[in-house]
Every structure is written in C-alpha cells, then in structure tokens.
Design a protein around this ligand. Structure first.
Ligand code: GLU
Length: 417
C-alpha cells in the first residue's frame, strides 16, 4: 500500500500532467519548502522524563502564511505530516483563501497522558517550534486528538516566549481567548454545504436519504448532528476506532453522543446492531461520510462501496486506485481537501477577527462559509464536467493552478532568460 505522501505526490503528478506544468514548477510543488524536526523532553507525573518526536512541515507559502493543524497520534510519521501539509496547500487554494499549507504532528498517545503531562508536552512542542511560526508565517490549529485546550496552552507558551500578545499565531482557540464563533462544527458544516450542492446536481433528496459515518471525532459527530438538523437525512450507522453500530431505522444523534461521552465509544450503543468498520463502509446507503484517518477506501473495497455520494471529511481516506474505481462506477466523491475545507475557512475567519480585534456574529460566519464552500464546489464541478475527470482530479486542477501561478508571479519559478 502506498504511503500518504506517495499518494499526495502521485495525485499532484496527475494534475501536473493535465495542466502541462513546467517541470520547475512541478518539482517545487512536489516537496515541502521547510521541515522542522524536534525532540521534546517532557517531565512525566512519576518524575521520569520521556522524549517525544515532533514535526512541523511548511509545504508552500506562495499564497500566504502556512496554515494547518497539529496531530497528536501514536502512529504519526513525517511521511503523513508531509502529505497532510501538501493537502493543506491544495485546501486553502481550492477555497481561495489567502493562505499556504502546513501541518504538524507529535508522536504520542494522548489517551495515555494525564492532563498535566499533555499540557507539558503541548508547551514543550511550542517551545521548540515558536521561532518558526507566527501570525504572518505559519499558523497551527487542532487536528486528530488535539483540542482548543491544547491550543490555549500553546498560545500562552508562545506569548510567554515572544513577550507580547499574538493571538493570531494559532486558531481554534477557546472563545474566551479569541476563538471564532462557529469553529467547533465548521469542518462538518462546510462539508454539508458541499453535500447539499452535490445532491442538487444529482437530483438526490437528502430528506429521504440514508447516511453512514465512519469516525466519531469532531467532524463525524457534527456531521451526524448536521445531517439530521439541516437535511433530515437518516443516519443509519456510525463508528469510531472501537467499533461500528447500525440501525436501519436511524440513530438518534443526542443519544449516541451521550453514550460516547459516558462510555468513551459508540460501540455497545443499545438498540443498534454491532458491525465492523469495514462493513460500515460497504453499507447500502445514499451518503457515506469517512471522517477518521487515511487510506480506508482502497482497491480492496472500492468495488464493494454502495453509496451514491462520498463526502470525505477525513484527510486522505481514498487511495488513487480507489478513486478510479469509484469514478468508473459512477460514485460521486466530494474530495477531502474540498469537502473538509470548512474548518480552515473558519480558522481564516478567526485570523481576520484576531487581526482586526473584532468578533463576528454566528450568522455572518455561516453565510460566508456557505458562500465560500458553494463557490469552490461549483468551480470544481464545472472543471470536472469540462475536463471529464474525476472530482479529486478536478479539485487538484483548480488548486494547483492557483498555487503554481502564485509561485510564478513571485519569480520563484518560470523561464526568464
Ligand atoms: N486540521 C484541520 C484540517 O485538516 C484544520 C486546519 C486549520 O484550521 O488550520 O483542515
């Protein structure tokens, strides 16, 4: 199986060929512009010291400061962080916000750390990367297993190091520390706006539709909530890393969330059949929402997927081979870096509010998010139809062209003799 970074590079190669990108531009866009590798010694509660590895990758900043989340995960690798940083670059470009792409990661299992250990690790990571980031340079945010509380500790450490207020250095802060209204469900909400547009194109009535959601973190849980509240779609299955549950008559979002909060997992939810994560992906539903980690739809299972639309809230859930199979089978994929761009879009709104010492109303955030996601979806759809390519490739064509133009305008690349 190819690694996430190899996947990201092969996706770019395909777009570069169609765009006839000059080779200097292609080479520049194939790899990150800067990588920081750090070792973080952390005093544990038992007084011993444990040393963690961390990364921050700044993939490309031609369109603006790098932007992207930070993951705490036991299986984090530099390869994954590079891929995620590349995808952030295409993500900010496809929704046309003035930012570049970056990503960070720390190899750790936050479920095994006490709250104080987590705080010391968060502050330790910030001490190592503080001189590489900043509101005009590179702006982290949460990703898998990182939270607004982690962002708050990091903001505080950054401000202690620089000796001044620097709220725009990090986004998805708690509201009290300059966070934005509407950021908590922005990733899922943005994805729902693109799903609404896709359903319109396909003549699919979401009010009569069924959905399955793989992953029940921030994105998956809010997708469940919003599918129910915005469209009255019946969510028949959800899952997390411990298992999946299925009820063909529908799962109540409040009851499932409460069960997850109390038991730490959706598994064992009463009134639903327990199935595997693999079974969930292959259910006969109208909408499938992968909301967990990379590489879950591959050439092993792509021919068994029965959904009509796949709304990718996760980063990198589908392999390039699977993309081709899904396309041939007429399944519409709303590709990750378009579908889940609502998160970084509202992060950008947070940066704008921080810079102007302002706070916007929730209605305004939702309206601007909807406009941004709808415009991006339509541009990708129009490219898909015109170029007769699958939707991920269409999204790449839109995004890569923008980044390539920015690099060329800056004089970084291009034949000038
Ligand atoms: N981690 C999120 C993503 O993958 C959000 C990034 C951000 O808000 O900067 O898009």
């Amino acid at each position: 199986m190819s690694t996430p970074y190899a996947t990201a590079q092969s996706q770019l190669d395909e777009a570069a060929a169609l765009l006839k990108l000059p080779s200097d531009v292609h080479q520049l866009l194939r790899e990150p512009m800067l990588e920081v590798h750090v070792r973080i010694p952390v005093r544990m509660d038992d007084c011993s010291v444990k040393v963690f590895s961390g990364y921050r990758v700044q993939y490309n900043n031609a369109r603006g400061p790098c932007k992207g989340g930070l993951r705490f995960h036991p299986e984090e690798t530099i390869d994954t962080v590079r891929a995620l940083a590349a995808w952030m670059t295409w993500k900010t470009a496809v929704v046309d916000i003035p930012l570049g792409g970056g990503k960070g990661g720390v190899v750790c299992n936050p479920k095994e750390l006490s709250e104080l250990e987590l705080e010391r690790l968060s502050r330790g990571y910030m001490r190592k990367i503080a001189h590489f980031i900043g509101p005009d340079l590179d702006v982290p945010a949460p990703d898998v297993y990182t939270t607004p509380q982690v962002m708050a500790w990091m903001l505080d450490e950054y401000e202690a190091i620089t000796g001044r207020s620097g709220k725009g250095v990090i986004t998805v802060k708690p509201l009290e520390l300059g966070g934005s209204p509407g950021r908590h469900d922005a990733t899922a909400r943005g994805g729902m706006y693109t799903l609404r547009e896709a359903a319109n194109k396909l003549g699919l009535d979401l009010g009569q539709a069924t959905a399955a959601i793989q992953g029940f973190g921030n994105a998956g849980m809010h997708a469940h909530e919003l599918l129910s509240s915005l469209f009255r779609t019946t969510v028949v299955a959800v899952s997390d890393s411990k298992g999946a549950i299925y009820n063909p008559t529908g799962l109540d979002v409040k009851a499932v969330s409460e069960h997850k909060l109390a038991r730490g997992s959706v598994a064992g939810f009463p009134g639903a059949k327990s199935i595997s994560n693999e079974d969930l992906l292959e259910l006969e539903v109208d909408v499938l929402v992968p909301s967990a980690l990379e590489n879950v739809i591959t050439n092993e299972n792509a021919h068994k997927i029965r959904a009509k639309v796949i709304a990718e809230l996760a980063n990198g859930p589908t392999s390039p081979e699977a993309d081709q199979v899904l396309h041939e089978r007429g399944i519409v994929v709303i590709p990750d870096f378009l579908c889940n761009a609502g998160g970084v879009t509202v992060s950008y709104f947070e940066q704008v509010q921080n810079g102007g010492m302002d706070r916007w109303k929730l209605e305004m955030i939702h309206k601007r998010l909807d406009e941004t996601m709808t415009a991006a979806f339509n541009e990708v759809w129009e490219t898909r139809e015109r170029m007769q390519v699958h939707s991920r490739l269409a999204a790449y064509l839109v995004a890569v062209r923008r980044v390539a133009e920015a690099c060329t305008l800056r004089g970084w690349v291009g034949h000038r003799c």
